[in-house]
Design a protein around this ligand. Structure first.
Ligand code: PLP
Length: 281
């Protein structure tokens, strides 16, 4: 495997960044995971827009022009013979003696890697997955795609320890925010598709944005609003979205089945339409 690090293409095992990089010391950086289908980046413009926004919220500039970034991504895809999988991009503030305030005039560190993934298993599509709920203990700027992911890792670990595929994080007011690395969706008892409003409480997923467009085109009625865990327990369907999981049906939330415990029809219809959309691009 080949990685891009600060201007160089290196064998994955030789690629490294400095021990005083602020990403390492303060998680002072941001990232993107861009899906790759048939060797092409999916929704590239939206991912670069989000990267630029995350950086600007932290008073950082894009490390290179968009065009250059696209060329490096294409080169990483090619050098890794990647067909289906994802590109990981990480930009950290750079190397400086450890001090909390943002140092001036340092160069950001940029790392770009690629990974091939297997197609989603048929079991996941036939049976759906389980989620476990945990309290959302994160900071209040979850819209920034920061590399500071310890609460997300803890949530996912707690889920996996109970045999669940993903964690759903729940606010003190009883509303579900999102998964540890996915957005959360339900289809209510009344057949309305619901996902949380994209404000500072969640990361606005690129898959989420694409799926809302697909839902509108398919004439599926939807609402962007917080929903409670109680509402999710009573829902007709539930699913999760992300760049690596696309649209994945959820059939169990904690110890309860979602409806009859089978992937929902709206979920599977939207999944098909979404996959068509990204294949057409
Ligand atoms: N929410 C969180 C916390 C995430 O980390 C991610 C993706 O990594 C998502 C949602 C889904 O975003 P996307 O669809 O852009 O992959």
């Amino acid at each position: 495997r080949i990685a891009y690090v600060n201007g160089q293409y290196l064998p994955h095992s030789d690629a490294s960044v400095h021990i005083e990089d602020r990403g390492y010391q303060f998680a002072d950086g941001v990232y993107e995971v861009v899906p790759v289908m048939s060797g092409k980046l999916v929704d590239e413009a939206r991912h670069l827009d989000r990267l630029e926004r995350s950086l600007s919220e932290l008073q950082m500039d894009m490390p290179m022009s968009r065009r250059a970034l696209q060329l490096v991504c294409d080169s990483v895809i090619e050098r890794n013979y990647l067909t289906n999988g994802f590109v990981y991009m990480q930009v950290t503030r750079g190397v400086a003696p450890r001090d909390h305030k943002f140092p001036k005039g340092i160069k950001p560190a940029i790392v770009i890697t690629a990974k091939q993934t297997k197609p989603q298993s048929t079991a996941v599509l036939e049976d759906g997955v389980a989620v476990k709920t945990v309290p959302d203990i994160r900071w209040r700027r979850r819209d920034i795609k920061s590399i500071s992911l310890l609460p997300n890792c803890m949530a996912k670990q707690a889920a996996v320890e109970e045999g669940a595929f993903e964690a759903w994080m729940v606010e003190e007011d009883g509303t579900v925010t999102e998964g540890s690395s996915t957005n959360a969706w339900i289809v209510t008892k009344d057949g309305i598709l619901v996902t949380r409003t994209a404000d500072h409480d969640i990361l606005n997923g690129i898959t989420r944005m694409g799926l809302l467009e697909v839902a509108a085109e398919a004439g599926v009625q939807f609402e962007e609003r917080p929903f409670t865990l109680e509402e999710a327990y009573e829902a007709r369907e539930a699913f999760l979205t992300s760049s690596t999981n696309h649209v994945t049906p959820i059939t169990r939330i904690d110890d309860r089945s979602v409806a009859n415990g089978k992937p929902g029809s709206v979920t599977m219809k939207l999944r098909e339409a979404y996959l068509d959309r990204i294949a057409r691009e």
